[in-house]
Design a protein around this ligand. Structure first.
Ligand code: SF4
Ligand code: SF4
Length: 98
């Protein structure tokens, strides 16, 4: 299988590794990935004790915690900047078929 690959300025091939998944179990909602992503891929959400996503600003339920979710995967350029700042290794990146 061939993967979506581009050419760098120096002529070398570059195969982006796109953000494919964020583990709801590992993510602590620190927001570091959100701050480094320039492509509007990510969104902070709340998640309740039943694992249901909810309004992150809803503080009524003390059990709510924050998680990052992929809001617009199509905007991802596969730069992996978000991976470099995630201390929980909550993200999965990978090449995609051409
Ligand atoms: S790989 Fe780059 S563009 Fe994609 S979500 Fe992470 S920081 Fe944003
Ligand atoms: S940097 Fe990692 S732990 Fe922090 S919000 Fe992003 S995915 Fe979650």
């Amino acid at each position: 299988m061939s993967f979506k690959t581009f050419t760098k300025r120096n002529g070398e091939p570059w195969t982006p590794k796109y953000l494919l998944e964020i583990s709801q179990e590992l993510c602590i909602g620190c927001g570091r990935c959100f701050k480094v992503c320039t492509q509007n891929v990510l969104k902070m959400m709340g998640i309740n004790e039943d694992g249901v996503q909810c309004d992150p600003l809803d503080d009524d339920d003390d059990s709510n915690r924050k998680i990052m979710v992929i809001d617009d995967a199509g905007n991802c350029i596969g730069c992996e900047a978000c991976a470099t700042v995630c201390g929980k290794k909550a993200q999965t990146h990978g090449a995609v078929p051409a």
